[in-house]
Design a protein around this ligand. Structure first.
Ligand code: ADP
Length: 429
């Protein structure tokens, strides 16, 4: 073969090696993108590393931050199964040097190197000759080392080998970091689930334990209120009001818990929405009168018959009405209107109150969300009413939304299907 052909052949062989290398890197990247399980990925990384660099063995060691030692995470080669419980110190070891320096190290004759740590070879009866070690880095922090052992043939490790090892070590580092993040996330989810359970238990015990004494207070206070007049009567009225507020908070908590645990079931009945609105409004008339507010009803002749859970719809309307009165200043106006719209009944509660900024239109339906931060609030409340109302409306396959102008007032609208069988659920706006 003439020298030109020989050169050409060498070049072709070099290019073929490069293609094989690139193919492996692409394959590792594909696997990295498609799986979050560490084991198969590390296996293919170290397998690729030994094949592409022509070495006898390869291992990945990870730094154990608590003990400050390196532990074998994965390895292939003779005796590698025995490495599971073997550790390597950071002091006086080649791997330790790589971790501390954060750069690759190439050693032709390991046993003559002063950093040589013979215990690993002794533990698994392996004979290390040459080593190529590269650090595993995550955001500039070294988390471990990948070592390739015993280059096959006479040539020794090349620059290409260092590049291959570095690229694969980078992939391994990403995989390890992903797995760590995933485990952390899982841990956080577990903690959250446990907290949620604790909260649920607490709410159920607390509400149960509070209800009985509260019923006694309410009973005696109402009885005495009838009997006593004058200043003592006014003071009793305050006791009664506070106890009723406490009861409504407990009811809110119990309702939410039932929504969470899926215990809420609809007890359907055909009733007149018009009658229900009249009933709720008369319950709140006294509250509005105390604030000298005008309450106006705008209802059609149609009784607005609907097949729904009357008590739950009552709860929705009571929440809306109580908010309208609460967030509207004295002498303001609150209006309730209702009409049939296609296969639905629409009920709107309008007020001339403080209004709600547009960015909060959706958030006010979240639990505990209040437009004004709790600590600076001028209004009472826990931020639960609307989230309960929304859950109840959605149980009926209905929708609830708000339109408002800050400083002018708000309009909350509830759209409920007249019959559950003709419900056309539409996403909430
Ligand atoms: P709460 O009234 O107990 O704070 P809600 O869930 O009923 O809780 O309401 C959440 C928040 O939405 C309220 O804190 C208030 O900021 C706002 N909001 C509700 N209704 C009105 C309304 N009619 N006018 C102005 N703001 C309202």
């Amino acid at each position: 073969m003439n020298p030109r052909d020989e050169l050409l052949e060498q070049r072709i062989a070099g290019l073929e090696r490069r293609i094989a290398y690139l193919e492996r890197i692409v394959k590792v990247s594909q696997i990295l993108n498609s799986t979050l399980s560490l084991e198969p990925l590390l296996r293919i990384i170290i397998q690729s590393a030994t094949e592409l660099t022509h070495t006898e063995a390869c291992s990945i060691m990870l730094l154990d931050k608590r003990t400050g030692e390196l532990r074998f995470a994965h390895s292939i080669g003779e005796g590698s199964e025995g490495l599971r419980n073997v550790t390597v110190p950071l002091d006086n070891s080649i791997a330790g040097w790589i971790v501390r320096q954060g750069r690759p190290l190439l050693i032709r004759d390991a046993k003559t190197d002063p950093r040589w740590h013979p215990q690993v070879d002794e533990a698994i009866e392996f004979d290390t000759r040459s080593i190529l070690g590269v650090p595993l880095k995550v955001k500039n922090e070294v988390i471990g080392v990948m070592e390739l052992l015993n280059k096959i043939g006479d040539r020794g490790f090349s620059q290409d080998d260092i590049q291959i090892a570095s690229t694969l070590a980078a992939q391994a580092a990403i995989a390890i970091e992903n797995a760590r993040l995933l485990a952390e996330l899982q841990h956080a989810y577990d903690d959250l689930a446990e907290l949620d359970q604790l909260k649920s238990n607490f709410v159920s015990i607390a509400s149960h334990e509070l209800r009985t004494p509260l019923a006694v207070i309410l009973g005696y206070a109402s009885f005495l209120r009838e009997e006593v007049s004058g200043e003592a009567g006014e003071q009793l009225e305050i006791v009664l009001q506070s106890a009723m507020r406490l009861r409504s908070i407990i009811d809110d908590m119990v309702n939410l818990r039932h929504v969470d645990t899926g215990e809420v079931q609809l007890e359907r009945d055909i009733f007149s929405m018009k009658d229900l609105i009249t009933e709720v409004t008369s319950e709140f008339a006294q509250l509005a009168r105390a604030k000298q507010q005008v309450m106006h009803l705008d209802l059609p002749d149609d009784p607005l018959k609907i097949d729904a859970d009357r008590q739950k719809v009552y709860l929705v309307l009571a929440n809306l009405l109580s908010n309208a009165i609460k967030f509207t200043p004295s002498r303001g106006r609150v209006q309730i209107s209702a009409q049939k719209k296609g296969e639905e009944v629409w009920v709107s509660v309008m007020d001339t109150g403080i209004g709600i900024p547009q960015r909060d239109y959706n958030r006010i339906f979240d639990r505990f969300y209040q437009v004004e931060p709790t600590l600076t609030r001028r209004y009472e409340g826990m931020g639960l009413g609307l989230s309960i109302a929304k859950s109840m409306v959605e149980l009926h396959n209905g929708r609830i939304w708000v339109e408002s102008v800050v400083g002018k007032g708000s309009r909350f609208t509830v759209a409920l299907p007249i019959s559950p069988f003709r419900a056309v659920p539409v996403a909430t706006s």
